[in-house]
Design a protein around this ligand. Structure first.
Ligand code: PEP
Ligand code: MN
Length: 350
């Protein structure tokens, strides 16, 4: 259920309505909008008892939200969510496209710094790198753990890039949250509800990757788990799903962008690296993602992909990343977006 406050409702009136909702035994989620504040109500198994909510000062109306996802829905919050990062021009969800780039895994300080230097020069605002890796084989490289987190913190200091890295389990979540700017929940963990809930109790942005075979509703319900715990900074990321098609590692479902935009205010990034699994497909799909209205991209970049400890075949070279930035910078204005750090086509020559 949703309480829509009047445009002129005062902060005290909003607070009084929240207190009343909590008294009824539910949880109140005040979500300020450009025109008015809406207060989402969760914690009710069935239709919540409206009590006398409608008669409280400042209340315009009380609406039933019929969708399974509530706080993720545009019914509850009409305006697009924009996630900002203090002390940086980095943002996810606004007019500026957010670009997250870096290796699949942090393999060494030298490797991470060499790649960070290139992606920062090309205009990325975020650096990615796995510290804890979800690998199909238990014998494959599992990540450098805390050492990798420390390397990325140094990269944030040196290049001003915000750090995106995956939390693989509830045991290491707090540690990841301490070092990262955005906590990534991987595709395999999209339905790990205890991990999602715990991430929801943090006050750090959470990037939820779409599960390998998740429907739109399942994807948004994963986001809802984080939101329902009071963390409203959630970013969605499409990274390809399993289909019968075998020309690519996964099938990148770009059609989910307009579908998400229709029903949800949450930003959505596209990951053309895991989405295709092929270096030669990353650039074309990155262009298409921007044209489709995605809020940004997550791309794997490696300076020696042939020697990468994970996801080498889908990692693009720094020179290709420069080229990608030049191209998406030109497509962006067509869809009323822009690359905040400009188009640095000239850098592609380097
Ligand atoms: C990754 O981003 O390196 C990763 C493991 O992604 P996904 O969870 O989408 O497979
Ligand atoms: Mn990867």
């Amino acid at each position: 259920m949703l309480v829509v406050m009047k445009a002129q409702a005062t902060p005290e009136e909003i607070q009084a309505v929240c207190a009343h909702i909590e008294q009824l035994g539910y949880r109140a989620h005040p979500l300020p909008g450009a025109q008015r504040t809406a207060i989402g109500i969760t914690g009710n198994q069935a239709e919540a008892d409206r009590g006398n909510l409608e008669s409280l000062p400042g209340v315009a109306e009380v609406i039933r939200v019929s969708k399974a996802y509530k706080l993720a829905s545009r019914d509850v919050k009409e305006e697009d969510t924009v996630i900002r990062f203090a002390g940086s021009d980095a943002a996810i969800g606004g007019r500026d496209l957010a670009v997250v780039a870096g290796p699949c895994s942090i393999e060494s300080r030298e490797q991470a710094f060499a790649i960070a230097e290139e992606v920062a020069a090309a205009g990325a605002q975020f650096f990615r790198g796995g510290a804890y890796k979800p690998r199909t084989s238990p014998y494959a490289f599992q990540g450098l753990g805390l050492d990798a987190l420390k390397i990325m913190a140094e990269i944030r200091e040196k290049y001003g890039l915000r750090i995106v890295t995956e939390a693989l389990d509830t045991e290491t979540l707090d540690l990841v949250a301490e070092w990262a700017d955005v906590i990534q929940i991987g595709a395999r963990n999209m339905q790990n509800y205890s991990l999602l809930k715990k991430a929801g109790r943090l006050r750090k942005p959470v990037l939820v990757k779409r599960g390998l075979s998740a429907t739109l509703e399942e994807f948004l319900m994963a986001a809802e788990y984080v939101l329902s715990e009071g963390n409203y900074e959630v970013i969605l990321c499409e990274r390809g799903v399993r289909t019968f098609a075998d020309h690519a590692r996964n099938t990148l479902d770009l059609s989910i962008v307009p579908a998400i935009k229709r029903v949800s205010h949450l930003p959505i990034l596209i990951d053309p690296s895991h989405g295709t699994g092929r270096r030669d497909s990353v650039l074309p799909m990155a262009r298409a993602a921007v044209a489709a209205g995605a809020d940004g991209l997550m791309v794997e970049v490696h300076n020696h992909p042939e020697a990468a400890l994970s996801d080498g075949p889908q990692s693009i070279l720094p020179s290709q990343f420069h080229e990608m930035m030049g191209e998406i910078g030109q497509i962006a204005p067509v869809v009323l977006r822009r690359l905040p750090r400009g188009i640095r086509v000239e850098a592609a020559a380097g």
